[in-house]
Design a binder for this molecule. Sequence first.
Ligand code: DGL
Length: 282
Amino acid sequence: MTTPRVLVFDSGVGGLSIAECIHRQLPGVGLVYVADNAGFPYGNQPESVVVERSQALIGAALDEFPCDVVVVACNTASTVVLPHLRAMTSTPVIGVVPAVKPAVALSVNRRIGVLATPATVRRPYLKNLIDEFAGDCTVERLGHPDLVYWIERLVTGTPVPEEALHAALQPFRDAGVDTVVLGCTHYPLITGTLRAQLPEVKFWVDSGDAIARRTAWLLEKQGHAPGSLEQPRGSVAVEAALFTGAVPEGLEAFLSRLELGSDDIRGHWATSAAGITATGSA
Ligand code: DGL
């Protein structure tokens, strides 16, 4: 049986928080990371553009690197693209949803905060999750327009503006939430900063470990022995890191901090093959 390989897709570097969890749980798995940073942020794109770009790029990546599982490591994309991707490929596709259900299980005071992009906060997908699982909780939804940009810049060495972040998080203090759902895959990359800003929050919930468990389950179902998934590969974790725009400066160091090395980092990848431009589909 060949070495298992998983494609992790996001609009930027946020999906690396998911790649990190997959690698920690399953060091025997090879990862291919695709970031559509020429189309970033997906929250500002019409839904049809997100669908078109995700399909084109994931299709191009699977042609070059056949994979056993596709992980859409982006909440904003997952709210709209999953059925389209599943119709396009027979490779199993996992999406990321804000971890509302696990947060409800943890919250003691029944007050929960959901931090996400404005697009995720706006879409019916999140409302449906809250209606289904958080009926007995007060849920404060906070869609932050800039946090994803700040975290992208963090890779290049620009620190997150802490004062502005502190002010933006005030609704969570006012609501007295004891649990916060990180409903965007970029946010776990700054959990330390968020914890320091909201020390009264007891539980921080993201989807990374659950996605890694689901990935393991799908790979085992395809016949990969659990032992082979957990046995380190002895080569770099990320077989290829493919960016549709320029590779962010400082990426290599950022990857090493997450213990995700790669020998194959490419910018301006697949844009012509996938018919994709920086501003939308060509
Ligand atoms: N990492 C994406 C998410 O989880 C970023 C959002 C965006 O591109 O707007 O939602």
